[in-house]
Design a protein around this ligand. Sequence first.
Ligand SMILES: *Cc1c(COP(=O)(O)O)cnc(C)c1O
Length: 415
Amino acid sequence: MNSHPLNPNRLLNTSMKKPSITEIINNVHLSKETSIGSAHGQRGPSSPLAPSINLSSANEFSTLEALGSAHSNRFDSVRYARDTSELIIQTERYISAIHNNSHACLFQSGMAALDAALTTGAHDTRAIAVIGSAYRKSLNLIKLKASERSIEFIQASSIDHLRQCSRSLGQKILIFIETPSNPFLRLQDVGRIKSLFPEAFIIADITLQGLANDKINLETIADIVVSSCTKYAGGHNDLIAGYAVTRKLEQFQSLWEFRSMRGCILDNLSAYLLIRSLRTYDIRIDRQLSNASGVLKYLAESQKVSHTYYPGMHENANQHSLFKCVQHDGGSVVTFRLAQSVDATKTINSLLSTKMAPSFGSIDTLIEIPALMSHWGKSPEELEAIGLDNNIIRLSIGLEPLHFILSDLNLLLQE
Ligand SMILES: *Cc1c(COP(=O)(O)O)cnc(C)c1O
C-alpha cells in the first residue's frame, strides 16, 4: 500500500509538482469513505459509479434524538436543503482537499461566494481596498458593500500605492485582489501584501488560476480564497457555481450562515455537473495548456500582433520570478493587442470554430474584445485608464485541434 501513488494521508506538496485533481478526488474517496456514486458516503458491496442527485428539500428524522444530533452538528448534517445536502457535502470535500483541507463552502455563483466573503470580512473594517484591476461586477459589488457600510473604498494601482492611501486608516482594512487579473493577467504578490498589512483581512479571487495551480498555499495567507467554478472548474459552459475556502472555522461558519440566510447554496444538478467536470479536469487542462503554448508561439511570430499578455511572460515578463514562485502554469487565457492595420471589430465576425462569448477556461475556444464585452459600459476615459480599446483581444483556448484555433487567428489578423 505504501508504494501506491494514492495515499490519503499524504500532504500535498504543492511547491514541487502541480497536484492532480484526479489524485485528490481518489484520496478523498479513500480517506473519507466517500464514493463518487454513494449518496451517503459509504461504499457498499456495489455502488453506482456516478453520484445520485437527490432533490429533497428536507430530510425526515425518525426520532427526536436524531433531530437533536443533526442540530448540534449542523455544519455537517443534512436537515434542510437551503443549508446543505449530501451532494454538496461531497463536492465540498473535493474542494476542501484541493485547498489543503481548508473549510469549503459552495455557492450558486462566483459572485455569491464573493458576496459572502465580503460580508464575512467587512464587518469591522474601516475601508475596502482593491489592488490592481478586477472583474467589473466584483468591483461594483465591492463599491456597493463599502457604501452600504459607509466605509471608504480605495482603488489602488499597486501595493505601494495602497500603503500611501491607507496611512490614516491603520491596519483595519479589507484588501481584495484578483490574481491573475483580468484581462492583462497580472499577478498580485499576496505574501508581500500580508507582510505589509498583517492585520488586514485579505480576500483573493483566484478564478483565473484554475484549480490547484498555486504553489504557496494561498489559503494560508489570504483569509478567504474565492473562485468561480463557472470557468475552469466547470469547464463546459453549462453551470454557474462558485466557492469560498478558509482555514478559520469562525469564518467558515460565517460563510455558511450567510449562505443559509440568503439561500444562495449551489443546486444539486450543478453540483453533480461540477463533480463530473472535476473528474476530467486534469486531461482538459493538459490539452488547453498544450494548445495555449501553440497559440503563444503563433502570436510571438506574427507581425500583426504588437503585444501579448500572459502570466510571467511577454508584456508580463517583469513578473517572471514572482510567477515562478506562486503558480505552476499560466492557464489557457491569453490577451493580445492587434496591430493598427487590423480592425478586430470586422475580422472577429468571420471566425469559424472560435465563439465570441464572455467567459473563459472551457473546452470551447472563446474570444472577446474586453472593451466591448467584459468591460462594456465604461466610458472611453475609463477604458483608456485600464489600457483597453477595440484592438485588445482576450482569447480563452479550448480543446479543439490546434490548427482550428490557428486558422481562426489567421482570419482575425487579416487586414
Ligand atoms: C466570472 C468571474 C467571477 C464571477 O463568477 P460567476 O460564477 O460568473 O458569478 C468572479 N471573478 C472572476 C475573476 C471571474 O472571472
